[in-house]
Design a binder for this molecule. Structure first.
Ligand code: RIB
Length: 315
């Protein structure tokens, strides 16, 4: 049976300032770039939009400044049908911004300046307790203050709500907190930083995932770019690679966010972990076929179409 999925996202909103470039600049180099675009971003915001476009009822918990970017953020979340009651707009901080360069192969480099969303307090998370109580899944990243992250994980545990931690971008997190997480979704780089294992293929992903399981996490999913993801769950002797979908990449920025928003939605809707991973791979693949982050997130029909068309071709 398909349920209406209810997801609470606690994390970042920043404005993305993206320049295309023929190649990434070396330190000290200035490159004559291509077109520039400004749009809504932040890993939290992107994941919220990804889930909402698939049909989830999403509540966003974040913080923005009382400035033009902050006004845009709230307007944008409302347009996406996202509950923005717990977006705190404050005078004393500016809305964050990310400086993004995307090269001709679609690869990206990002410097994110969190601004207001890096200062989310315990109290600002606890204010959303009613939304947590109604939610099926709580989704959090590492792109905000550690106090917001720990309050989110602890509140989810207290209310017996499953919590997905997308450990992006990497920052140090205690084993005590990791043990309270149900699902963790690092990419290869983050898995390496969390475990000390350099992840380059499914074998090294298995080694890293096994280390994460020993920390008390129930389900480990390591995203492997266009290869898909490696999934292993507590009690399993071995995991498996869920293959990705092959598409023409235009801009890979936000692919991880597409995966996480998609995974949260399909899991909350009642799909098995494996089926949710498979569809999340499709969400990520579709997101890289367009420029931008939040604006590139696909809708449910597009995902079902890709999944349907690819059936039997290794999926
Ligand atoms: O994951 C992509 C996101 O990371 C971008 O939207 C940018 O805002 C950075 O936070």
């Amino acid at each position: 049976m398909i349920n209406l999925s209810k997801i609470v996202v606690v994390g970042s909103y920043v404005v993305d300032l993206t320049a295309r470039t023929p190649h990434m600049p070396k330190p000290g180099e200035t490159v004559l770039g291509g077109p520039f675009k400004m749009g809504p971003g932040g890993k939290g915001g992107n994941q919220a939009v990804a889930a909402a476009r698939l049909g989830a009822q999403v509540t966003m918990v974040t913080k923005v400044g009382k400035d033009l970017f902050g006004d845009d953020a709230i307007r944008n979340f409302k347009n996406e049908g996202i509950d923005s009651r717990f977006i705190n707009q404050v005078e004393d901080e500016s809305t964050g911004a990310a400086l993004i360069a995307v090269d001709d192969s679609g690869e990206n480099m990002i410097v994110v300046s969190l601004g207001a969303c890096g200062t989310i307090t315990e109290e600002e998370v606890l204010r959303a307790k009613a939304a947590f109580q109604e939610g099926d899944i709580i989704l959090v990243q590492l792109e905000t203050s550690m106090v917001a992250i720990s309050t989110t994980i602890n509140l989810a545990n207290k209310l017996s709500k499953p919590v997905i931690l997308n450990p992006a971008p990497f920052q140090k997190i205690s084993d005590e907190l990791l043990a309270k997480v149900n699902y963790i979704t690092p990419n290869e780089t983050e898995a390496g930083l969390l475990t000390g294992v350099k992840v380059t293929d499914s074998e090294s992903a298995r080694k890293a995932a096994e280390i994460l399981l020993t920390k008390g996490i129930d389900t480990v999913i390591i995203t492997l770019g266009k290869q898909g993801c490696y999934l292993i769950q507590k009690g399993e002797s071995t995991g498996k690679v869920i293959p990705g979908y092959q598409v023409q990449a235009v801009d890979t920025t936000g692919a991880g966010d597409a995966f996480n928003g998609g995974f949260a939605h399909f899991l909350a809707e009642g799909k098995s972990v494996e089926a949710a991973c498979q569809r999340a791979n499709a969400v990520a693949a579709l997101s890289v076929t367009k420029s931008g982050t939040s604006p590139a997130m696909p809708y449910g029909e597009e995902v079902e179409k890709l999944v349907g068309e690819s059936r039997g071709q290794g999926h």
